[in-house]
Design a protein around this ligand. Structure first.
Ligand SMILES: *[C@@H]1O[C@H](CO)[C@@H](O)[C@H](O)[C@H]1NC(C)=O
Ligand SMILES: *[C@@H]1O[C@H](CO)[C@@H](O)[C@H](O)[C@H]1NC(C)=O
Ligand SMILES: *[C@@H]1O[C@H](CO)[C@@H](O)[C@H](O)[C@H]1NC(C)=O
Ligand SMILES: *[C@@H]1O[C@H](CO)[C@@H](O)[C@H](O)[C@H]1NC(C)=O
Ligand SMILES: *[C@@H]1O[C@H](CO)[C@@H](O)[C@H](O)[C@H]1NC(C)=O
Length: 451
C-alpha cells in the first residue's frame, strides 16, 4: 500500500528580486481539463465501495502533534516558522510566474521570524509533525520518501553530489536514470535562517503506486508522469538534514502559478498525460487517512459538496464566510489557503486575539510556547465554527486541542494561532473535520461531511 504524506517541512522564503515572466505561466496552464476516466477501481477501505475512478492511497501520520496528550511545543514552533516561510516563497513565485503581485502579499514577518528564533538547538526527528509517503523516480525506478503539500508546487530530492545536509537521505542521481534529461534550469530556495536549497532541474519519470480492490481482487495500480520536473538539490538547508526532515524530498500539490521552477506540478503532469481526472480528495484523521488521486472516495464522505472557487489560482485559496464561537462572529468574508501541509489554523492578529478573549480561561502563550500561540483550559476546549458557502464546519475539540503545554498541565495548546498577515491558512486542525475535494479542473475546493 503506497502511502502519501502530508505534513510540515522546511519552507523556503523568496529568492531576491524575481524576474517577470508571464509566458512561463501560460506555458504551464492546463489545457486538458476534461479527461476520459481511466482505471475504474474500488478502494481498499471498509466497507468496500463499488467501482470508482480514483486511486486511493492510505496516509500515515508519523508523529502526532501531541505525544501522550502533551503538546510537542518545540516541533510546533519550528512548524509555524516554516509555514510563514513557505507562504513567502509562494508569493514570490506567483509574482515571477504571473507578472503581478499576489493580492495578499503584505507579510509582516514578525511571527515567523520570532517563531524561528525560539528554536535554539537542533531538532530530533520526533519534533517534526509528518505524514509519510513514497514515490518512484527514474529508470530503473528508485523509491523516495516524500512530503506531500498542497501549499507548494515543486518536487525536489537531494542529488547524488549533495554534500550539505544530505547524509542519510536517498539521493537522486540524474546520470544513473535512463529516463532523466538534464534541463538548463537551476533553482535556489532561500530560508528564514539564511540557508538555501539549490540545484538543477531534471525532466524524469515519476510514478505512484497504490493497492486497491477491483471487485474482490487486490490490484496494484501505477500512475506515471513522464518528463516531470524533478529538482536535484546539490545543497540542502539545515532544515532538510535527516534528523530534522526524515523524508528524502518534498512534492507540492498546488497550482503551477506558485511553482518556483515555473513548471507543471507532478499531479498536473498526470492529468495532462491522461493518468487521472483533474481532481484529488483528502481525508485527514488520526486513523484511516487517505489521499485519492483522480477522484473522491464515496466511502469517506456523505451528502453534497459545498464549493468555494479558487481565487487567485496559485495556492488553494478560497473565500471563507466566517469564523464563529458561541454565535459571535470574529472574522467575516475573508481569503484563506487550504493547506494539507500546515498543522494549525492561522489567522490575522486582531481576529485571533478577539476570538481567544471570548474563550474563558484562554491565555496568550507567545512567551512560553511560540509567538502567536494561545492556550485554553483542557477541561473546556471550545468548539469554533468555520462557515464556507452554506456549510458550517465545527472544529471538534479533539482537533482544536494540540495537547497539554506540559505533562500534567491544565492548559492546552489551541489549534488557532496568529499568522503574519490578514491571509488565513486552513491546515489540519480544520481539514480533520471535513472531506476535502481539490478540483483542479474547475479551480474550486469542495467540502463534504465525513462519513
Ligand atoms: C552518479 O551516477 C554516475 C553514473 O553511474 C556515477 O558515475 C557517479 O559517480 C554517480 N554520482 C554519485 C554522486 O553518486
Ligand atoms: C523538459 O520538459 C519541459 C516541459 O515539458 C520541456 O519544455 C523541456 O524541453 C524539457 N527539457 C529537456 C532537456 O528534455
Ligand atoms: C478490474 O476488473 C475488471 C473486470 O474483471 C477488468 O476488466 C479490469 O481490467 C480490472 N482493472 C484492473 C486495474 O485490474
Ligand atoms: C447549499 O446546500 C445545498 C444542499 O443543501 C446544495 O444543493 C447547494 O449547492 C449548496 N450551495 C452552495 C453554494 O454550495
Ligand atoms: C466579501 O468581500 C468581497 C471583497 O473581497 C466583496 O466584494 C463582497 O461583497 C463581500 N461579501 C459579503 C457577503 O460581505
Amino acid at each position: 500500500m503506497g502511502s502519501f504524506q502530508f505534513g510540515c517541512r522546511p519552507r523556503p522564503v523568496p529568492c531576491p528580486v524575481p524576474g517577470r515572466n508571464p509566458r512561463a505561466v501560460m506555458q504551464s496552464l492546463l489545457t486538458l481539463l476534461f479527461l476520459a476516466p481511466v482505471l475504474a477501481i474500488a478502494a481498499s477501505i471498509q466497507p468496500p465501495v463499488e467501482l470508482q475512478t480514483g486511486h486511493a492511497i492510505e496516509l500515515d501520520q508519523r508523529a502526532a502533534v501531541a505525544h501522550n496528550g502533551v503538546a510537542n511545543t518545540r516541533g510546533f514552533s519550528v512548524h509555524l516558522a516554516r509555514v510563514h516561510a513557505k507562504m513567502q516563497r509562494g508569493f514570490a513565485a506567483y509574482a515571477k510566474n504571473t507578472g503581478s503581485e499576489h493580492p495578499n502579499f503584505h507579510i509582516v514577518g514578525k511571527f515567523g521570524r520570532r517563531a524561528l528564533a525560539t528554536v535554539g538547538v537542533p531538532l530530533t526527528d520526533d519534533d517534526e509533525l509528518l505524514w509519510h509517503g513514497t514515490v518512484s523516480v527514474g529508470n530503473p525506478p528508485v523509491k523516495y520518501k516524500v512530503d506531500f503539500d498542497t501549499g507548494s508546487s515543486d518536487f525536489f530530492l537531494p542529488s547524488g553530489d549533495c554534500k550539505t545536509n544530505c547524509a542519510g537521505h536517498v539521493r537522486y542521481n540524474g546520470s544513473k536514470s535512463k529516463s532523466a534529461r538534464a534541463t538548463t534550469k537551476g533553482f535556489t530556495l532561500n530560508y528564514l535562517d539564511g540557508s538555501q536549497v539549490k540545484g538543477k532541474v531534471y525532466n524524469d519519470t515519476v510514478s505512484f503506486s497504490s493497492s486497491a480492490m477491483n471487485g474482490t481482487q487486490l490490484v496494484t495500480t501505477k500512475l506515471t508522469a513522464n518528463g516531470a520536473a524533478v529538482g536535484a538539490a546539490s545543497v540542502y538547508s539545515d532544515g532538510f538534514a535527516l534528523d530534522q526532515f526524515p523524508p528524502d524530498g518534498l512534492l507540492g500539490l498546488g497550482f503551477p502559478q506558485i511553482s518556483h521552477f515555473g513548471r507543471n506540478p507532478v499531479v498536473h503532469n498526470l492529468i495532462q498525460q491522461k493518468q487521472i481526472k483533474p481532481v484529488f480528495g483528502v481525508k485527514l484523521a488520526s486513523s484511516k487517512s487517505e489521499l485519492m488521486l483522480g477522484g473522491v472516495n464515496p466511502g469517506k464522505y456523505k451528502g453534497a459538496f459545498t464549493w468555494a472557487a479558487v481565487n487567485p489560482v496559485g495556492f488553494w485559496q478560497i473565500k471563507v464566510g466566517s469564523v464563529q464561537y458561541k454565535g459571535k462572529t470574529f472574522k467575516k468574508n475573508f481569503s484563506a489557503v487550504v493547506d494539507t501541509g500546515t498543522t494549525v489554523i492561522m489567522g490575522d492578529e486582531a481576529s485571533v486575539r478577539a476570538l481567544y478573549k471570548a474563550i474563558p480561561g484562554s491565555k496568550d502563550v507567545s512567551e512560553r510556547v511560540s509567538p502567536g500561540a494561545f492556550s485554553v483550559p483542557c477541561k473546556s476546549i471550545p468548539t469554533v465554527n468555520i462557515q464556507i458557502g452554506n456549510m458550517t464546519v465545527p472544529i471538534s475539540p479533539a482537533s482544536f486541542n494540540l495537547g497539554q503545554l506540559y505533562a500534567g498541565s491544565k492548559e492546552c495548546l489551541g489549534g488557532i494561532v496568529i499568522g503574519d498577515s490578514d491571509f488565513w491558512i486552513l491546515g489540519d486542525v480544520f481539514l480533520r473535520n471535513t472531506y476535502t475535494q481539490f478540483d483542479i479542473g474547475n479551480k474550486r475546493v469542495g467540502f463534504a461531511a465525513l462519513k
